[in-house]
Design a protein around this ligand. Sequence first.
Ligand SMILES: [Zn+2]
Length: 439
Amino acid sequence: MSFLFKNGRFWLAAFLGSAGGLSAQVAEPQVLPLDPVRFAKVTPLGKVPDWEDLKRYAHTLTREEFESAWKEVYSPGKGLPPPFEVTADALLVPTGDPSDPVYKVPFRNSSEQASPPAVSWRRAAELPRLRDRPLLSDLHIALDPGHIGGGWGQMEERFLSFQAGEAIQEGDLSLLTARVLSERLQALGARVSLVRDRAEPVTEQRPADFEKLALATLQEHGILNPLPTYQGVEGDAKILTVQWQTEKLFYRVSEIHARASKVNLKIEPDLVLCLHLNAESWGPSTAPQFSPQNHLHVLVNGCYAPVELEQQDVRFEMLTRLFDRIHEEEIPLASAVADGMARSTGLPAYVYTTPNARKAGTNPYVYARNLLANRLYQCPVVYLEPFVMNHEETYRRLLAGHYIGRTLVGGRLQSSAIEDYVRGVVQGLVSYYQTQRRS
Ligand SMILES: [Zn+2]
């Protein structure tokens, strides 16, 4: 589950600002020359970019290539213009630095030879020839089990129980999926790294480390004397407490930043699979509600609202992904995995109606969103959102865990939802690398 629809919190989360990509449109026009202060903002725990790093992208993309990627993937598709300017021969980006307010990235002239920037990951077509080895040989896949699970599941609001003595947690199910998937992918020759291999955070920070930042965030939004804890607080008012804010900064923001460092600096994979399970709003955790809906979608990175791009780290990270041409590998990969998942789960496509997501490519299951994980991981990321955990039959199947074959669930013989998940991913990857790799 990504972070948007839980308990109908969209407007409040948007109000409090988001590191994870909630799109709120602003109604003011934007033109260069710029107001540097407006473009100097940085997301909570975000890194101030060194704009000189964009130097390596000089003369790598033509203006047409840049504009088409922006239009088809990275822009929200409609609405206000972005906070950068495309001229005939260069991209002009506001830096937020008053002494040097605009950084210029020259486009490649169509007569110039293309020399793509060096990246740490490899496209399917760049992998060594197979020469009769297993299909995923040489491929390094990082599996990122969404959330933390274990003793943290309730804090992360990813704990679901309809009856005393039974419960499922997204963080535990995603780790179980990763373990089963890891074995199958290794059997096909892949090298697999788990970004998290137990029900513990990757970050070394804890909620108490974020008290100052939480207070500042609340004050910025006019909450001058917030309640310290949410004990006894009902519903969405929880969000306005220091406790909720420090916890969110820990399990969402700091945790994803720590995982990104691990992925980018240590693992350096060719591909990351972010494993999640979706949910529909279930109301209070003490009295959750089933949903009649059950669906699947797969996310790629994109759909940056102009207001999100006013934050300099977001602007820089988006441009890095675009100039690295990650979308060229990520979208077809996501589409193949989505097809495999659709076949193995039989789930219909989820349809977004909110402005934070847009279609990317032609696959009905694939959407683009600006999430913290798929923005920070510097390689193709396929972010999976199958199953509605609070769909009654799905809940019972998930309670049964992972098993092979069929077992009696809710009076019917049913396959394991986790097994269907794993098979769908494997089938999707097999079909992609079968068509894209050199034999
Ligand atoms: Zn999730």
